[in-house]
Design a protein around this ligand. Structure first.
Ligand SMILES: Nc1ncnc2c1ncn2[C@@H]1O[C@H](COP(=O)(O)OP(=O)(O)OP(=O)(O)O)[C@@H](O)[C@H]1O
Length: 296
């Protein structure tokens, strides 16, 4: 569903350039549900905005479904956003119209794209557990209920790819669990591919694959050892971004096609490695150490 290679995004302001993505590689298969984690400023939202067609990449290659997002025209981008992706943000207020009912809110984007389907709008609200609140105005719904309306809206155009930026950031843990359950159900039942960006390690621990972005590059992947063992794993080791991830995940360092990988800064600092290191292959492992002193 997503093939991204060497993706670069540079933001240019008057006299400053910020390289938000510096050659990011990532493949997401159709029907996968995965999470992206990373420190603030690592490039997560930039990547999600590019995937959602809200921002354009600067270089590299990125295919989503049949679309090449580097070469896509403005007209095609409108079609891509309407047909292929659904988006859900932490702050859903900008998606919702407060004086319309939940049902009217879900029907609005359907009407705007000329494809009103009331039975489907009702089905979506039922899926997100709001069948009894369909005819309530948004102002009468709780924050968590509004977030579930936002989720129904994100699914209203039957997207192949659902993008979620901190979807549980402003809701309580019960609603957060409910949203994750809905994601999983949608993923299983309609096969929708889901990419979640989050700071929440507990939430990240509930998906089969977690990819960590560091300084605009994918650095580490966490793969659930036994995918049939869904969540409820015990809290475990500290991962390299300094948070807890469930111990049911195995951590792998990402190696790109030409053999590059990121060594965590703490490791480099501990060995006082700056711009060079010595590397040896001893038959079954690769050892990286402080540079050997050159003979005088
Ligand atoms: N519109 C913009 N103009 C200039 N720089 C930007 C812009 N948007 C993001 N950046 C910069 O790009 C880098 C990556 O930002 P991004 O928002 O993608 O990070 P993030 O991982 O999503 O962070 P957070 O978790 O805090 O949301 C940061 O250095 C940020 O300051």
């Amino acid at each position: 569903m997503i093939q991204c290679e060497g993706l670069v995004k540079i933001y240019k302001t008057d006299d400053l350039e910020v390289v938000a993505l510096q050659g990011l590689n990532l493949t997401v298969n159709e029907g996968e549900m995965m999470a992206i984690i990373g420190n603030s400023g690592s490039g997560k939202s930039t990547f999600l905005n590019i995937l959602g067609g809200l921002d354009r990449p600067s270089a590299g290659s990125i295919m989503v479904d049949k679309w090449n997002l580097l070469k896509i025209t403005d007209e095609e981008l409108v079609k891509y956003k309407r047909d292929t992706v659904g988006f859900i943000w932490q702050n859903n207020a900008r998606n919702l119209l407060p004086y319309l009912t939940a049902l009217e809110n879900v029907e609005m984007p359907m009407m705007l794209s000329g494809r009103l389907d009331r039975p489907y709008a009702k089905q979506l609200l039922t899926w997100v557990g709001l069948s009894h609140r369909m005819n309530n105005k948004l102002t009468e719904l709780s924050g968590g209920e509004q977030q579930r309306v936002a989720l129904a809206i994100a699914l209203s155009n039957k997207p192949k790819l659902l993008l979620a930026d901190e979807p549980t950031g402003s809701v309580d843990s019960e609603t957060s669990d409910m949203i994750m359950d809905i994601f999983r159900k949608m993923n299983r039942e309609i096969g929708i591919t889901i990419v979640i960006v989050t700071h929440d390690m507990e939430l990240a621990g509930k998906v089969d694959r977690v990819v960590a972005i560091r300084d605009g590059l994918t650095s580490t992947e966490f793969i659930k050892r036994n995918p049939s063992l869904n969540e409820e794993g015990k809290q475990g080791f500290m991962n390299e971004v300094g948070h807890q991830l469930h111990e049911v995940h195995e951590a792998y360092v990402v190696v790109d096609r030409v053999g590059r990988l990121q060594v965590p800064k703490e490791f480099l600092n501990a060995l006082d490695i700056n711009d060079k290191a010595s590397m040896e292959f001893d038959g079954d492992k690769i050892v990286i150490r402080t540079p050997n002193k050159l003979e005088e």
